[in-house]
Ligand binder design. Structure first.
Ligand SMILES: [Zn+2]
Ligand SMILES: [Zn+2]
Length: 119
């Protein structure tokens, strides 16, 4: 998310609460929520069916119980943290695609290993 501090815009990862240092790769969702590369990499492998319904921080959709999703298990408490940030599988894949496409970011993924969920 973005916040203003002393007249400056500070960008931070909603999921782990880390402020952007202009180095860590981060990607913004459609509605201002932000995920960093390290969270995304964890999410790809740790995503699991949700035990409760949730609102996805990236697409803002309300997702039912059982939707594959990810939430940081031990985020840093900071001003930039969204303690309720969940990301749905579709958005995890989209973010992975975006990181992959960016030549300045050292991240490649194999979409076949992380297939979309058929509905
Ligand atoms: Zn993060
Ligand atoms: Zn979503």
């Amino acid at each position: 998310m973005q916040r203003e501090e002393n007249g400056y815009i500070v960008i931070s990862c909603d999921f782990c609460g880390t402020d952007w240092d202009e180095v860590i790769p981060m990607i913004e969702g459609h509605h201002g929520s932000i995920i960093c590369l390290s969270c995304l990499q964890t999410a790809l492998d740790a995503a699991a069916p949700a035990e409760e319904e949730f609102d996805c921080a990236m697409c803002l959709q309300n997702k039912p119980v059982g939707t594959k999703h990810w939430q940081h298990s031990n985020p840093t408490s900071s001003e930039g943290l969204n303690e309720n940030a969940h990301i749905c599988w579709d958005d995890i894949r989209q973010a992975a695609k975006a990181f992959h496409k960016d030549k300045d970011i050292d991240f490649k993924w194999d979409p076949a290993k992380y297939p979309p969920i058929k509905s």
